[in-house]
Design a binder for this molecule. Structure first.
Ligand SMILES: [Zn+2]
Length: 1033
């Protein structure tokens, strides 16, 4: 008689579910494999005492360990959020544990760090349940039994992702407590751990490989077999059999020629985000000491680390740990990469600031780790400037790595391994990790995605897998390294190219959130520019002058720090934003002081004692002549053509030479136009100068803008400009980060305005508009037209108290153009004004720096700004985003007082023929007015220190002292996208000139004719950045 087999069918879904339960921490965790990971445990072995640091202070080890500690035990809770508690651990290893591997298990439901008694951080710990849980610390690889060991643990009352209420990005909760749930010694069961890791990989394969493949089916079969074989009543023998099954399955090799995935450990530590900078300093020690421990056990393990600023903090706070890291770096296991000072935002910083990120980063790596970085590593930044390929190459790096565009919410980016072609044509090999994350878990899914999402397999059969927990730090887990060991088995042709910016189709709100941060950044970038120019001149012209190199380095590094990709974009918590503003305030105060002192040094023969003067000089740091109306403090006895209403300020017309100064007495106040030029006619308020006539209605709307020279009206009938509009601003999830496309449907006029005439001329005329935006918010506009130019300025103050509303200003022009031109780093970008394709409409809100321009044949108009970045130009409508009001992660984002300005600049010709670039600089770089003692003024005539002869499209941006010598560095760029041929002229006694790169390495010499004080002809191609090093006597 035949008997049927007892074997039941095995079904995929049920088997997978069964495998998950077999290793689960939540289900059957008293009997499953998870429950057998430790063979012995002892909580009595650890004696605990604690010292709680008052006032949320973070104190160093030396200080903490001198405090008085009192006994405590598990089961207690510690708080509030952000507080620190130090624990003294006295560990007595049980006598009968001789010969065993002993671990300390610590779970305080928070972040914590283990310290040795000699004050070296040994390892970070992360409690609670998440993916980033790390609670084990190897105490002894082989115990003697009975030994007594002292350790310290520094417990930080925050999780890996801060202290947000319920959801990740919610504002932090101030009063959280963290529960010390587990402190014990334990002996791991190595066989159980091995099987645990095997099961993770096999389950991953069963999950991720297609069911119809043999390998997928075999994985499923192996899972079932292992769990059938597992016997908790005969554990050791059954584990042996289980491991035979799993090894047999895992030892089958991949086919030759399979895709090659290179896995590197990394640990993305946001320099500030859901925690302040001070916590980041500790996160680096926790995360990196942990990696050193893993390297001890896994010699094949390579970890990459990317932000120079974090290493500098670590060297300062944890010098012994820093030495250990340097040792590991010599062995090649701990590799520094990245090239920049921090992982910065790449939309908002100026071109010069991007250069400085590399200058400070590369110099740091070279000095401390012996070499510059070849890789520009920036996995988490919200879009990538088209000038980056050129800047990266000029800063000594060759490759670019990212992945962020995988978050695009409209179009899939078409490439994985490709050549990125920058604005000027510079090419750089770029890789966007196809696993689409920088926090990969190194599981089967990550490997499968590395192939499935790889869009360039035809060109390159390789990809990078950056794995390790991140954002809040942490880095790779032991489990990830174990999984990789099990998955070990797995040539470039002409690559596809992508030209231009890597526009990120998400996080478009980061051009506007945290208005104060953005304003400081813009203003201080230009302030440091002026400071460097004047101090460099002092160094060359003044006597007994020491260039304040150390001070400037500190100011620059702080500015660069705040350009981190969650700070400047405005996506950090309030604590971090308060820190950032304090840093900015300090930069501003110090930079202004240096500027004032150095200007006086440059122009006064000796100190006037109290520092005040009885007259003024005006300094123009820009490389071209400018004519502007300057404000000076009114003084008794002066006889100026116009004063402000309160008589505190007088107006004079300054005719400024390029990169030079004027003495205020030499101004010939021209009687330009005897008539006042602000008037009202009926219901209209009119500003009228030699260039334009601007008419406003009673609400302050611009109802007519007429160009007198071109006899041309710019406002289409019935579509007035200067419309303030409010939009509903409710994105899908990432509040501070995103504005979504649908907000454009919700624009409504923002309340009512009431206009009146302020100043009437003859040098400066104004219209004042008081706006009641809503029941909660008000704004005022001072609309300014001066006698000097057609630039119509709107200076605004706002008192802003909204909830998820977005304020924009809108202008509609009588111009037809399918493209708008936006200012960017050292160049401009054209983007469509249409919504034809998905690539077009994905750019419904874009980043522009000092201006956006809309031009047709023969004529155009630009909308300039002094601290805003979010533009949306559609058809002939130009909008500038002014203020947002997201509630997460900073509940108080942008609430309160604001100041900002924008301006309308009509111009003859297209953008390329216009003076928009220069005007946008002038709007952002005011002429510096400095009081000076007239009798002490030095005897030198106003003369231009530097000028560009022969090419209007070249901008002289930077003048600074060389990093390592008293040479002068100047940086110029071609600004419009065409060829330039020019001579550099200088009043200074220039001896020689060489080309150099951003890192200031010497290159080819350039001819300089001393008798003419001019260089030979220099040619720049479109958007080229040129750095020159000048030797001056
Ligand atoms: Zn990040």
């Amino acid at each position: 008689m035949t008997t049927l087999s007892a074997q039941p069918r095995f079904l995929r879904s049920i088997t997978l579910d069964r495998a998950n339960k077999f290793v689960s921490t939540d289900f059957y965790s008293d009997i499953n494999l998870y429950s057998k990971l430790y063979s012995k445990r002892s909580s009595e072995a650890v004696e605990l005492s604690v010292y709680s640091v008052p006032n949320l202070k973070r104190i160093p080890f030396e200080k903490a360990t001198k405090q008085s500690f009192h006994p405590t035990s598990t089961g207690t809770s510690y708080g509030p959020s952000w507080s620190t508690h130090w624990f003294k651990l006295k560990i007595t290893v049980p006598k009968d544990w001789a010969g065993e591997h002993v671990e300390l298990i610590w779970d305080s439901s928070s972040e914590a760090m283990i310290w040795s008694t000699d004050g070296i951080p040994r390892q970070g710990l992360t409690g609670d349940r998440g993916n980033d849980r790390r609670v084990e610390y190897t105490l002894l690889k082989k115990a003697k039994g009975g030994e007594v060991i002292d350790l310290w643990v520094e417990m930080a009352c925050n999780g890996m992702f801060g202290t947000g209420k319920n959801s990740l990005i919610n504002p932090p909760e101030d009063n959280r407590t963290f529960y010390l749930s587990q402190v014990e010694l334990a002996i791991p069961n190595h066989a159980a751990w091995k099987l645990f890791y095997d099961m993770q990989v096999i389950t991953g394969m069963a999950n991720e490989l297609p069911n119809e493949t043999a390998r997928g089916q075999e994985a499923l079969y192996a899972l079932n077999q292992v769990i059938d074989t597992y016997d908790r009543d005969d554990l050791e023998a059954s584990l042996k059999k289980c491991l035979q099954i799993s090894h047999e399955f895992l030892s089958k090799k991949a086919a030759p020629g399979a895709h090659r995935v290179t896995a590197v450990g990394n640990c993305h530590i946001d320099t500030a985000w859901l925690w302040p900078y001070a916590e980041t300093r500790r996160k680096t020690a926790r995360s990196w000491s942990t990696q050193l421990r893993l390297m001890e056990d896994y010699p094949e393990y390579i970890f990459v680390c990317s932000q120079a600023q974090q290493l500098e903090w670590l060297a300062h706070d944890y010098p012994k740990l820093f030495q250990e890291i340097k040792e590991a770096s010599k062995k090649g296991q701990f590799q520094v990469i990245g090239s920049t000072w921090v992982e910065m935002d790449c939309n908002l910083p100026s071109g010069e600031a991007l250069c400085r990120q590399f200058l400070y980063g590369q110099r740091y790596y070279e000095k401390n780790f012996g070499a510059r970085c070849k890789i520009f590593w920036l996995p988490d930044t919200f879009g990538y400037s088209a000038q980056l390929p050129q800047i990266v190459k000029q800063a000594g790096a060759q490759y670019f790595f990212t992945q962020k565009l995988s978050w695009n919410n409209i179009n899939k980016f078409p490439n994985t391994t490709f050549t990125w072609v920058g604005l000027d044509g510079t090419k750089i090999l770029t890789h966007m990790a196809p696993c689409e994350t920088y926090t990969a878990q190194a599981d089967v899914g990550d490997l499968v995605r590395s192939i499935r999402n790889n869009r360039d397999l035809a060109f390159s059969n390789q990809s990078l897998l950056p794995y390790g927990n991140g954002d809040g730090g942490g880095g790779p887990q032991r489990a990830m390294l174990e999984r990789l060991r099990r998955m070990k088995d797995v040539k470039a042709k002409d690559l596809q190219e992508w030209k231009g910016e890597l526009y990120f189709e998400l996080h478009r709100g980061t051009y506007t959130s945290q208005a104060a941060t953005k304003r400081y950044n813009r203003k201080l970038e230009f302030l440091l520019r002026d400071v460097e120019i004047v101090t460099t001149l002092c160094m060359n012209l003044g006597r007994d002058y020491a260039y304040p190199k150390a001070d400037l380095d500190l100011l620059w590094k702080d500015l660069l720090l705040n350009q981190f990709h969650d700070v400047l974009p405005g996506s950090a918590i309030e604590l971090a934003n308060i820190d950032a503003r304090a840093i900015y305030k300090n930069i501003e105060t110090k930079a202004k002081r240096i500027l004032e002192e150095s200007l006086r040094h440059l122009y006064q023969s000796k100190s006037s004692g109290d520092g005040s003067g009885d007259s003024f000089i005006a300094f123009n740091s820009l490389g071209w002549d400018r004519s502007e109306i300057i404000e000076i403090p009114a003084q008794t006895g002066d006889n100026l053509q116009q004063y402000s209403a309160d008589k505190n300020t007088g107006y004079v017309r300054g005719m400024e030479q390029r990169c030079s100064y004027s003495f205020i007495d030499s101004f010939e106040p021209p009687r330009l136009n005897a008539n006042d030029f602000a008037t009202s006619q009926g219901h209209e308020l009119i500003l009228d100068n030699d260039f334009i006539i601007a008419k406003f209605n009673q609400q302050g709307h611009l109802i007519s803008l007429y160009d007198k020279h071109e006899t041309r009206e710019l406002i289409p009938n019935g579509q007035p400009g200067n419309q303030l509009k409010l939009y509903e601003d409710v994105p899908l999830y990432w509040e501070a980060w995103d504005v979504e496309m649908y907000h454009l449907n919700t624009g409504k006029p923002a309340g009512s305005g009431k206009a009146r005439i302020g100043e009437v001329g003859p040098l400066r005329a104004t219209i004042i508009v008081e706006h009641r935006l809503t029941d909660h918010s008000t704004a005022s506009q001072t609309i300014v037209l001066t006698a000097a130019s057609p630039r119509l300025e709107f200076h605004m103050e706002a008192d802003w108290h909204e909830n998820r509303k977005l304020l924009k200003v809108e202008f509609t022009w009588d111009i037809i153009s399918d493209f708008a031109t936006y200012d960017s780093q050292f160049g401009v970008i054209q983007r469509p004004t249409t919504y034809n394709t998905s690539q077009d409409y994905a750019k419904f809100e874009v980043c522009g720096h000092k201006f956006a321009d809309l031009s047709e044949h023969g004529y155009g108009v630009a909308l300039l700004n002094d601290c805003k970045f979010g533009y949306s130009c559609h058809g002939n409508v130009m909008r500038l985003s002014l203020l947002r009001s997201p509630k997460a992660p900073d509940l108080n984002c942008d609430m309160g007082h604001h100041e900002f300005a924008f301006a309308v600049l009509p111009h003859k010709g297209t953008f390329h023929e216009s003076n928009v670039v220069r005007q946008s600089y002038q709007f952002n770089v005011p002429i510096v007015v400095q009081s000076i003692a007239k009798n002490l003024l030095k005897e030198h005539k106003p003369i231009s220190y530097f000028e560009i002869e022969g090419a209007k499209n070249v901008v002289l941006d930077t003048i600074k002292r060389a990093e390592d010598s008293d040479h002068i560095i100047i940086r110029l760029h071609e600004a419009f996208g065409g060829r330039a041929q020019f001579k550099l002229k200088s009043f200074l006694n220039v001896q020689s000139v060489v080309r150099c790169n951003i890192l200031e390495d010497d290159g080819e010499p350039i001819e300089f004719v001393k008798s003419e004080r001019a260089s030979g002809w220099i040619v720049l191609h479109a958007f080229e950045i040129l750095t020159l090093k000048l030797k001056v006597k």
